[in-house]
Ligand binder design. Structure first.
Ligand SMILES: Cc1cc2nc3c(=O)[nH]c(=O)nc-3n(C[C@H](O)[C@H](O)[C@H](O)COP(=O)(O)OP(=O)(O)OC[C@H]3O[C@@H](n4cnc5c(N)ncnc54)[C@H](O)[C@@H]3O)c2cc1C
Length: 394
């Protein structure tokens, strides 16, 4: 792999940086408001408007083909953009783009591509993902929400849980069981549904950081047109797992990790313990240096994924490696930061005594869920062991 960026990619990086400096809503870079995306209710509209402004520039879907609303850029240019977004704590392409859109490009019919991709590129809709159920998380293929054919529709009954942003979403992409007699991976169909359909109820779930980010969604005789089916009936599992690879490769955010570490370096230089700068303490130096090395290693792993995508290959175990390493690194950085800041690290952004605008306490609390969302660390290790190392299934 060639690690050098082209002069066009470097110029584009500069253009994005300058645009972000001008356009980022005031305070986001400090508070991390954008990083939380639509998590906090107050920020949803600002986040959506910001994404629409990026969409006008064509940046949400840089690497998509031009006929579907993209710019036809290469995967490495897309990665340069993602790095700048992550470093500046701005909301990047949403799950409509990097999960559903990327999957439709591979597995959608021409009709579905033309119907949805340009609208996704313009960020017309906010999307949510209806995969997990109360009794189906890691073992996703055991899902029980039913889809029964009736004329031109499927009639859906059941419920989905941990559905991020369902309370703001216009549309949902989801998995339903259409053949309960088949082997569990074989009787699943992938559908797109309108969240305003009669029979859908969204019940909020507030997380331990006090943020309403996910929900339980109930389906009571909800009619979804068959024309909204992605792939073939009962073959949705293969569409679903393609989408998971896109989801996992997009989660890591190593540039954001480097930005947090830079904040911690500054904190260690500016603050003292027993009359000496924290940065003089050998334990502080060692742990910060270790986190920086890990962030650099993770950056190279994410370059590997982007480079595979640029060559038209589909990263699978590589996506799991990046997801696993990135989310566990996020936890280690949050812990290192909390150790450094001490008791003040517990203060939220509303306190004038909160160092770094209380970002570390929010990062620490949200870092736990990062190793669950998109498939737990144990599941990623299982994929790496079997598909990466060729070990037998346990
Ligand atoms: C912040 C957040 C956002 C989310 N957003 C969404 C969303 O938008 N849409 C959606 O559909 N889902 C979403 N999820 C759900 C997420 O995908 C599931 O939580 C995850 O897949 C784990 O499923 P579970 O919670 O049912 O845990 P379980 O599957 O019950 O797992 C419990 C524990 O057992 C371990 N375990 C289970 N099976 C194995 C195995 N085979 N080998 C080793 N260990 C195993 C797990 O690693 C875990 O530690 C979100 C979750 C979080 C935390």
């Amino acid at each position: 792999m060639d690690f050098r960026f082209t002069s066009q990619q470097l110029a584009f990086r500069q253009e994005v940086r300058e645009w972000l400096k001008k356009e980022l809503p005031p305070g986001w870079a400090q508070s991390g408001g954008g990083e939380e995306g639509g998590d906090s209710e107050g920020s949803f509209e600002t986040t959506r408007d910001f994404r629409r402004r990026m969409a006008v520039k064509g940046w949400l879907t840089l690497a998509w083909p031009k006929e579907y609303g993209g710019m036809g850029a290469d995967a490495l240019t897309q990665m340069v953009f993602n790095e700048e977004i992550s470093y500046h704590r701005a909301p990047g392409p949403d799950n409509g783009v990097f999960m559903l859109g990327s999957t439709l490009i591979l597995s959608g019919s021409e009709e579905l591509k033309r119907r949805f991709l340009p609208a996704i590129a313009r960020h017309e809709y906010t999307w949510c993902q209806g995969y997990s159920e109360p009794e189906a998380g890691s073992d996703l293929a055991s899902l029980q929400t039913r889809g029964v054919e009736d004329g031109d529709d499927f009639v859906i009954n059941g419920s989905k849980i941990w559905t991020s942003n369902a309370h703001n979403a216009d549309m949902i992409f989801m998995l339903v069981r259409t053949d309960p007699t088949a082997q569990k991976h074989r009787g699943i169909t992938f559908l797109i549904a309108d969240m305003k359909s009669p029979g859908i109820t969204v019940r909020p779930i507030v997380n331990m950081a006090g943020i309403h980010s996910f929900n339980q969604v109930f389906f009571d005789n909800v009619r979804v047109p068959k024309s909204n089916m992605v792939g073939e009936k009962n073959r949705g599992w293969y569409v679903a797992t393609t989408l998971l690879d896109f989801e996992r490769s997009g989660i890591a955010g190593f540039a954001g990790a480097r930005r947090t570490l830079e904040d911690l370096f500054a904190f260690a230089k500016e603050n003292k313990k027993d009359g000496r700068p924290l940065a003089d303490d050998p334990f502080v130096r060692k742990s910060l240096a270790e986190r920086w090395i890990e962030a650099e290693a993770g950056t190279l792993m994410s370059y590997n994924v982007a480079s595979m995508q640029a060559q038209g290959k589909a990263p699978n175990k590589e996506s799991s490696i990046v997801k696993l390493f990135g989310t566990e690194l996020r936890q280690r950085i949050a812990q290192t930061g909390m150790d450094l800041i001490g008791m003040y690290g517990q203060l939220g952004k509303d306190s004038k005594w909160a160092p770094l605008n209380g970002r570390l306490s929010r990062m620490w609390m949200s870092s736990f869920s990062a190793t669950l969302a998109g498939g737990t660390s144990e599941i990623q290790r299982g994929i790496i062991a079997t598909r990466g190392l060729g070990l037998p299934r346990g």
